[in-house]
Structure formats: structure tokens, C-alpha cells
Design a protein around this ligand. Structure first.
Ligand code: MG
Length: 304
């Protein structure tokens, strides 16, 4: 019997990142049919927002070089959103040609990561994203802005909260319809989470436009999620089976596992629309495709 904790939302939207963020750093090429089946199984398990791939140049992310084929052949279900990561205007052109309705852009909260990941300065990245967001919105697309390194950066250490808020605010001002605050190296703790969310709300951001993206590198992802829910956030990123590490965090356990998140939410009586048994089965199937067990504690517990 679920036991509610006061002050939390009745329903949480899970933004599933497994097929993109989860698989993008896999070394062995995964057949496009397996990716499509993975996405279809996630839909069958009740997920309603699934980031499916990235239209980045194949040189940078070889695993997602099949994005065009995947987007062309994927069977889509009614009421499901299938966002695609778009790095620049060329990616947006491809997204528009392929009939994509939801895109995401990936920005950095720190100068060093903006340089390393985007070859841009902190302000320069916004110049690059401005036409992408403007044209996407004019075409009727929803645009999610990812903001990475919000709670710490492997080169710069702790990141000033004012800086994170300023860059995130700029992304919302460009026209992003949602902003996902990422703890890319998984170092954040709950007090930091509530302080950052409070700073965004003080800066005029509506809490309904904010999402959180936690990594479990230091075992803090679920605690941080609970802190975010207490602050009013209702959209949480997670990756089925905990797929995906961060290449910048040594030995990173990566994304918060969707199953671990669902276990916590359902335990508190919060609706997600997800069938946990079906989802865990999907992750077991995917782990067989990848040839190693899922890192999700809930997947492990349920498949004993
Ligand atoms: Mg991630």
C-alpha cells in the first residue's frame, strides 16, 4: 500500500533518456532494429516522453549515426512524445525534414565544458542556439534546453549558483519551453538542489518549466530527486535500467535508473503511468542485448 509523503505532486512526468543519453556512449554498435524495439517496449511500459536519438554529426557520436533511419522507421504511438537532440541549425534542418515535433538542445553552465563539448564560450553557445530555438519555435516545435554541469564541473569544481541561474534564464528567454538542470557528474546534494531551484524561481522561472537530470555517481540521485519534488518540480529525467555513464566522471555510474525512480514514486502514491514490471523486463531484455547486467538496483531486485 503506497504511503504518501506530504507536499509532493500527485503525478510526475518521467522524461526517459535511455535510447539517447543511455546508449550514446556504448562502444559496440547496437542495431537500429534493437533501438526501435527498445523504444517501442518503453512505450508499452507506459512511458510517454522518450528522447530517442540525436541528430549530431556521426563523427562525434558514432552510436547514433543511424538517427535518420531510426526516425524514419520508428512506429509512433498516439499521445507519446519522441524528442530528438539537435546540436545546431544543420541538425534542426534534418529534424524538420524528418517531421520531428520535439527537440532538445544541450548547453553548458560552465565555461570549460562549453569549450570542451561545444567549442564555444559560455556566451558563444547562446549565439549558436539562438537561431535553432527561434526557428524551431516558429515551426511549432517544443524545445527543451539541457543545462549541464549545474552542480559541479570536473575542471572548475563547484559552479556559482548565480552563473547557473543566469545561463538557464538565458535559455528560457531564447524560447526554450522546458529547462532540464543536469548534475552531469553526480556530485550534487539535496540542499544544493533546493537552493538552485529557489534561485530559478526567484529569477522568475516557472517551476513547471523546470526538469531535473540527476546522475547517481555519488549515490545522491534519488535524494536529489525528492528534494526537487519538494520544491515543486514535476518532470524528472531518468534512464531505463540506469543506462549511460558520463564520460567526464571517472568510473561513473550514470543516469538515475527509471525503475529506481518509479519504485520511489509509486511507494509514495505518486502516479507515473509506468508499469514497473514491464519496464524492468524491458531493461533485462536490453541488458541481454548489451551483454551485461543492468546497474539498476530495482531491476536487480525484481529479477532475482
Ligand atoms: Mg545523463
Amino acid at each position: 500500500m503506497p504511503t504518501p509523503l506530504p507536499g509532493l505532486p500527485e503525478r510526475v512526468t518521467i522524461y526517459e533518456v535511455g535510447p539517447r543519453d543511455g546508449l550514446q556512449n556504448e562502444k559496440a554498435t547496437i542495431p537500429v532494429e534493437v533501438k526501435a524495439q527498445f523504444i517501442e517496449r518503453l512505450v508499452a511500459a507506459g512511458l510517454r516522453t522518450i528522447e530517442v536519438t540525436s541528430l549530431v554529426h556521426p563523427r562525434w557520436v558514432p552510436q547514433l549515426a543511424d538517427a535518420d533511419v531510426l526516425l524514419r522507421d520508428l512506429k509512433r504511438a498516439d499521445g507519446v512524445r519522441y524528442p530528438v537532440l539537435v546540436p545546431n541549425e544543420r541538425g534542426l534542418d534534418r529534424a524538420l525534414e524528418l517531421g520531428v515535433a520535439d527537440i532538445a538542445i544541450f548547453a553548458s553552465a560552465t565555461e570549460t565544458f562549453a569549450q570542451k563539448n561545444l567549442n564555444r564560450s559560455l556566451d558563444g553557445q547562446l549565439l549558436m542556439f539562438e537561431p535553432v530555438v527561434r526557428r524551431a519555435r516558429a515551426a511549432g516545435l517544443a524545445v527543451r534546453g539541457y543545462l549541464s554541469m549545474c552542480f559541479g564541473d570536473p575542471w572548475e569544481g563547484q559552479v556559482p549558483i548565480e552563473q547557473v541561474t543566469r545561463v538557464g534564464r538565458q535559455l528560457l528567454d531564447l524560447g526554450c519551453t522546458e529547462l532540464s538542470l543536469g548534475d552531469t557528474i553526480g556530485v550534487g546534494t539535496p540542499g544544493q538542489v533546493q537552493a538552485l531551484l529557489g534561485s530559478f524561481i526567484d529569477a522568475g522561472a516557472s517551476v513547471g518549466t523546470l526538469a531535473v537530470h540527476f546522475h547517481d555517481t555519488y549515490g545522491q540521485a534519488l535524494s536529489n530527486t525528492l528534494a526537487a519534488l519538494q520544491a515543486g518540480v514535476t518532470t524528472v529525467d531518468a534512464s531505463a535500467g540506469g543506462l549511460g555513464g558520463c564520460p567526464y566522471a571517472e568510473s561513473a555510474t550514470g543516469n538515475l535508473a527509471t525503475e529506481d525512480l518509479v519504485w520511489q514514486l509509486h511507494g509514495m502514491g505518486i502516479d507515473t503511468g509506468v508499469d514497473l514490471t514491464e519496464l524492468a523486463r524491458t531493461s533485462v531484455w536490453m541488458s541481454e542485448q548489451l551483454g551485461r547486467p543492468s546497474v539498476s538496483r530495482v531491476v536487480q531486485a525484481l529479477s532475482q
